[in-house]
Design a protein around this ligand. Structure first.
Ligand code: SF4
Length: 295
């Protein structure tokens, strides 16, 4: 059971000069620190982020007030990303509703969003996401395997893959722009044609507009030790395959990249799924308000 600790944050939004080329985000925020989903490969455990107790969650109790203040001072309207370091719909959200409070502010100020999640709780906020969609909203479900049994091992506290697909279907049916971030694809565990095909087929059946893939994973200090410990618990002998193949490399790609990529692209093409997300081009807040006046 995760422990929640309320903290007062000093600031919330980070920003970049241009939208991120993969996710289209110009601004990013994490309403929580630590993540209850406990994915065994999670990069946010890495030493460089200095989150010493990743298994418990810090709750930025003043997040909504900070967001209101920080957004009002922005001159550029650009996509706000949720959940880069901590899933914004982890179970803690059911209690604190910080994501919902922030979506209310974003809807009122008409900023675009991109949410990444492994939770079905996002469906709760369909009303607000619909309203934000008039500017721009993308909801990406991260799926690394279509197999619920494997998902339970590698993403133990997240929604099962089948529940993520069902949530996506509900959003797509409601007209929301939704798709998949298929990352990571874990070497030796998820890098097979059956898995990639099953993800694309379920995506098509669930109304995904896009799938952004990354065929492999990254590993660095502290994240690597945790991942290997979990591999030892569930897949005896697997750690040695990683050690032999990747040593201390940060980038751990799949062997059969070409084969997987070709099948992935062939299936995406067949189902009319694109492999990049639409990117909202940042505009001046002033121009966007003028545009509305002249409509
Ligand atoms: S949902 Fe994302 S942030 Fe949370 S543990 Fe999994 S990979 Fe990490």
């Amino acid at each position: 059971m995760s422990v929640y600790k309320e903290i007062t944050a000093k600031s919330l939004l980070s920003s970049s000069t241009k939208p991120d080329s993969w996710f289209g985000t110009k601004y990013n925020m994490n309403l929580y620190r630590g993540c209850e989903h406990q994915c065994i490969y999670c990069d946010s455990r890495s030493e460089c982020y200095k989150i010493d107790d990743f298994n418990n969650t810090e709750v930025k109790i003043n997040a909504a007030e900070l967001l209101q203040k920080e957004l009002k001072s922005k001159r550029i309207k650009g996509t706000i990303g949720f959940g880069a370091m901590s899933d914004t719909y982890a179970p803690v959200e059911a209690r604190y509703k910080l994501t919902r409070k922030c979506l209310e502010i974003i809807a009122a100020l008409k900023f675009p969003i991109h949410i990444l999640t492994k939770s079905a709780l996002v469906v709760r906020d369909l009303d607000l996401i619909k309203s934000i969609s008039s500017e721009f909203a993308a909801i990406s479900f991260t799926l690394t395997t279509a197999d619920d049994t494997l998902a339970k091992i590698v993403e133990p506290k997240a929604a099962l893959s089948s529940a993520r697909f069902s949530a996506m279907k509900k959003l797509a049916k409601a007209g929301i722009y939704t798709g998949i971030t298929m990352m990571p694809v874990l070497p030796f565990l998820e890098d097979n044609l059956n898995n990639i095909s099953a993800i694309v087929e379920s995506a098509a059946e669930s109304g995904a507009s896009y799938i952004i893939p990354a065929f492999g994973m990254t590993l660095r200090g502290r994240q690597r030790e945790y991942y290997y410990q979990k591999l030892d618990e569930s897949f005896p002998g697997m750690k040695m395959r990683y050690v032999k193949k990747f040593g201390n490399s940060y980038s751990c790609g799949v062997d059969n990249y070409r084969l997987l990529r070709d099948r992935f692209e062939e299936l995406c093409h067949r189902y009319g799924i694109v492999t990049r997300i639409d990117i909202y081009e940042p505009v001046s807040v002033f121009d966007s308000e003028q545009g509305k006046l002249f409509d």
